[in-house]
Design a binder for this molecule. Structure first.
Ligand code: ME8
Length: 509
């Protein structure tokens, strides 16, 4: 993979249920990263899709009395639709029931077999269908009344005894620890890294990687009785989607970033690099596990009836507002609580007051007083320099924040610029200047329009529609602008006439 390529992925979502705000969160975060990298001139691949095999899906189809294939086709469509609703720029949508994916999975299996990483034995132990995961005795708790057994996730487990192929995970313990040491950025945030390292230090058991008691999965090569463990099949999507085993996958491999929720860090930071190292394929560069959303303080779950449908939030508050809120409200990596009150607070303060007000008042003055006409700036005074140079100053911080997946810091930097611009408007009072010194007033307003254009460029990965809307009002478009324009002060189109702007964010009472 060349240095100018960038590959980011979401987890592939289970199709047992409809998508909700948690799925939207991960997907939006990845989209923002993809858009930022494209804006920065990288050849970017953004992948999302659906995880369609395993007992959980088979059971969900049965519950609806549907044929499993018809069920997954229908459910996968919901997730595909959501990519449009969220304005995602994914380059591909992978489905694990597609043939190319099955072939890639079987190819990896054969390599693992050839490399003596797999053996046949019998699995005896706990399995949680909801988590599609095996658990050790010491991870299980028992409800005293019902005697039911539960995994740490709170999902019920069942006892499983069946013939199974095993992956020799135990032999990878030291190699994984060594790999984490040599690649200190492999897992983020640090708290998750510590958790993973201490789990691996405690010792790893060989991993059961096939099942025989149901058939909804990828067949194990040369042993039709077995299907591949759904997580092995699922993780391979990151390779199959970019063409593996054809050499062309190397255009984007190793992936730069897998963004996942904290619930599935173990699969991505332990099993995945172990499978890859065993198959002699380079592991991805970084896994980032974000936190968990609750709804008004409560765990989001179907049984509690409090699942947040992103479509409803978008209908009521707008897509860009949701994108902004999710990334601003909590530092990426921490848990967050979704409440309408905090969403409304963000709309009224950050969006309507700070951003909306700046754009509205500056463009209105230009429209009313300068005949809507922008001009070349004639003189930059010392008192202009702070604001004029500010975008250049925050550029590095923003790039670094993106590299560390610190979206809230990106937004913080942009809002500092917005606040500087608002301060500059107040201090220079262009409406007064227009009466005394029209030329100076013109310069002040043109500086402000230039800054607004740069704010829109900075904002475009996070709020693409809002950004395009603002840029259109000043005769520009995100389609023609890149991050390079942050250091360019001559891209305003001075023949463009600014029309009377309409309000971009309505306050909510
Ligand atoms: O685990 N808060 O799929 P899944 C934040 N198929 N994020 C949430 C969330 C919440 N309340 N609920 C879900 C799987 N998510 C596997 C992945 S990848 C090779 C296979 C997000 O449908 C978060 O990203 O259960 C989490 O990791 C993911 O949805 C789980 O999706």
């Amino acid at each position: 993979m060349d240095d100018n390529s960038f590959f980011v992925t979401t987890p592939i979502y289970y199709v047992n249920d409809s998508p909700h705000i948690g799925h939207a969160y991960t997907s939006i975060a990845c989209d923002v990263i993809a858009r930022f990298n494209r804006l920065n001139g990288k050849k970017t691949m953004f992948l999302t899709g659906t995880d369609e095999h395993g007992l959980k899906i088979e059971q969900a189809a049965k519950k609806k009395a549907m044929n499993t294939k018809e069920f997954v086709d229908e459910m996968s469509l919901d997730f595909k639709k959501l990519t449009k609703t969220l304005n995602l720029t994914n380059d591909f949508f992978v489905r694990t029931t597609e043939n190319f994916h099955k072939k890639a999975s079987q190819h990896i299996w054969k390599i693992l077999k050839k490399n003596d990483e797999i053996y046949l034995d019998k699995y005896k132990g706990w399995y949680s269908v909801s988590d599609e995961a095996y658990f050790n005795d010491d991870e299980i708790t028992t409800d005293k009344k019902t005697k039911k057994k539960f995994a740490p996730s709170g999902n019920e487990v069942q006892w499983v005894e069946e013939e199974s192929y095993f992956f020799k995970l135990s032999k990878w313990q030291d190699k994984l620890l060594d790999f984490y040491k040599k690649n200190p950025n492999f897992i983020g945030p640090d708290s998750r890294k510590n958790e993973v390292v201490s789990f691996v230090k405690n010792g790893l058991n060989d991993l059961s990687i096939s099942r025989t008691t149901f058939s909804w999965g990828v067949e194990v090569p040369d042993d039709k009785k077995h299907i591949m463990y759904v997580w092995l099949d699922a993780l391979i999507n990151y390779l199959s989607a970019i063409g593996y085993p054809d050499k062309k996958y190397k255009e984007f491999w190793p992936a730069n970033l897998h963004i996942v929720g904290k619930d599935i860090i173990r699969f991505h930071a332990i099993y995945w690099p172990a499978f890859l190292l065993a198959a002699e394929i380079e592991p991805p560069k970084r896994i980032f596990a974000h936190g968990w959303w609750t709804n008004e303080g409560k765990k989001i779950s179907k049984s509690l009836g409090n699942v947040i449908d992103p479509n409803e939030i978008i209908k009521k508050y707008g897509l860009d507002t949701l994108r902004f809120f999710l990334l601003k409200e909590v530092p990426f990596g921490n848990d967050g609580d979704f409440s309408k009150e905090s969403l409304q607070r963000r709309i009224n303060n950050d969006l309507a007051n700070d951003l909306g007000n700046l754009v509205q008042r500056v463009l209105t003055i230009v429209n009313k007083n300068l005949n809507g006409q922008l001009n070349k700036i004639k003189e930059i005074r010392d008192s202009d320099k702070k604001l004029y140079e500010y975008p250049k100053e925050i550029l590095k911080t923003i790039e670094l924040s993106y590299e560390n997946q610190e979206f809230h810091k990106v937004i913080e930097s942009i809002w500092k610029l917005i606040s500087e611009a608002n301060k500059y408007v107040d201090e220079n009072a262009p409406w007064k200047l227009l009466k005394k010194d029209k030329e100076r007033a013109g310069d002040v307003l043109n500086i402000l329009v230039l800054i607004i254009a740069k704010i829109a460029i900075f904002l475009s990965p996070i709020m693409p529609n809002t950004s395009e809307n603002i840029l259109n009002k000043i005769g520009l478009s995100t389609k023609k602008l890149t991050m390079k324009h942050i250091n360019n002060n001559s891209f305003l189109n001075t023949t463009f006439k600014i029309k009377k702007p309409e309000i971009i964010f309505q306050k909510i009472e």
